[in-house]
Design a protein around this ligand. Structure first.
Ligand code: NAD
Length: 330
């Protein structure tokens, strides 16, 4: 079985090498992402293995079908970047890694909150330059603050349990409230009431037509002045222009993002010697109260082990013609 691994970085190869001994697959690693322009590279491959910023749209899928690719194996949970209808109608199956260490992402959301609040990144730089002053480093206690979570699936639930340990009041919005969370004190509210009450809003729902730009001018207007917004889910949940506007009036007091709507041209690349032609990311970077990480919330040793073994098992099941328990369908 020949597998083309797209968007592969040294650490992806390292983890595939670590776990491959259990399988006799033939991997070829491409640093390029999979999209309409690179789909022709898939000639002679049975499986393509892709990540969050590969763009597997209609055109790409048609090209994959011509190359006789039978399986798209996502190394991630979200599948908003795959045209599932088109895949099905071309006889290509799609599998994903539905759950791998929700703790990795939930703990990263917490890291964003603590860094934005207590400004440890600024203190680190100051002290290395001999500046021991505390001016402008003041934070706030998390204890007793209201934390609102949108999307209480695996990651949202894990995050809420962490925040309970900080003594926060917990509120949430989900289409399907989780009874276990209610029993630990999570109050499910309407989206409107969540925006009105939360000091910190953390997004953990998938990106789909209902959730696209769930954070926009209208929702920002409903928030408390100075609210903190954290997004470790998908960039498209936030209308970046509206949030920039809100940051410039200090309506949003803090923004922590691990994902960004136009991240596919920027994230995972070293652009330190390049001219960046994305005015939104440059503007976001100019705010003192914005913290951006490059889609790294998932990136722990435990999650990488989980992602790699589940992906290999997904491919093995496909090879053996078994039922694909992690298949995604429209
Ligand atoms: P999950 O499927 O367990 O949970 C998603 C929750 O969102 C579910 O409870 C669902 O009911 C809810 N939901 C769906 N539509 C909604 C809507 N319109 N309004 C409110 N809630 C809605 O998923 P998960 O494993 O918790 O992952 C959540 C998201 O995190 C993924 O979709 C993915 O985009 C993102 N993610 C990011 C990283 C990262 O590295 N930054 C890593 C993994 C996952």
């Amino acid at each position: 079985m020949r597998i083309a691994v797209f968007s592969s970085k040294p650490y992806d190869q390292e983890y595939f090498e670590k776990h491959r001994k259990e399988h006799d697959f033939d991997f070829v690693f491409f640093e390029a992402s999979l999209n309409q322009n690179t789909a022709n590279l898939c000639n002679g491959f049975d499986v393509v293995c892709v990540f969050v910023n590969d763009k597997i749209d209609k055109e790409t899928i048609k090209k994959l079908a011509k190359c006789n690719v039978g399986l798209i194996a996502l190394r991630c949970a979200g599948y908003n970047n795959v045209d599932l209808e088109e895949a099905i109608s071309n006889g290509i199956k799609v599998v994903r890694v539905p759950a791998y260490s929700p703790e990795a992402v939930a703990e990263h959301a917490l890291a964003l909150i603590l860094t934005l609040n207590r400004k440890t990144h600024k203190a680190y730089n100051r002290i290395r330059e001999g500046n021991f002053s505390l001016n402008k480093l003041i934070g706030f206690n998390l204890h007793n603050k209201t934390v609102g979570v949108i999307g209480t699936g695996q990651i949202g639930a894990t995050f809420l349990k962490i925040m309970k340990g900080f003594g926060c009041k917990l509120i949430a919005y989900d289409l399907y409230p989780n009874e276990d969370l209610k029993s630990i004190g999570v109050d499910y509210l309407s989206l409107k009431d969540l925006f009105k009450s939360a000091d910190i809003i953390s997004l953990h729902c998938p990106l789909n037509p209902d959730t696209k730009h769930i954070i926009n001018k209208n929702s920002v207007d409903q928030m408390k002045d100075g609210a903190m917004v954290i997004n470790t889910s998908r960039g498209g949940l936030i209308d970046t222009a509206d949030v920039i506007e809100a940051l410039s009036h200090r309506k949003i007091g803090y923004l922590g993002i691990d994902v960004y709507e136009q991240e596919e041209n920027i994230f995972y690349k070293d652009l330190s010697e390049s001219i960046i032609n994305d005015d939104y990311i440059l503007r976001l970077n100019s705010f003192p109260n914005v913290l951006i990480t490059s889609h790294q919330a998932y990136f722990t040793k435990e999650a990488m082990d989980e992602i790699t073994t589940t992906t290999l098992n997904n491919i093995k099941a496909f090879k053996n013609g078994e039922k694909l328990k992690n298949e995604v369908r429209p």
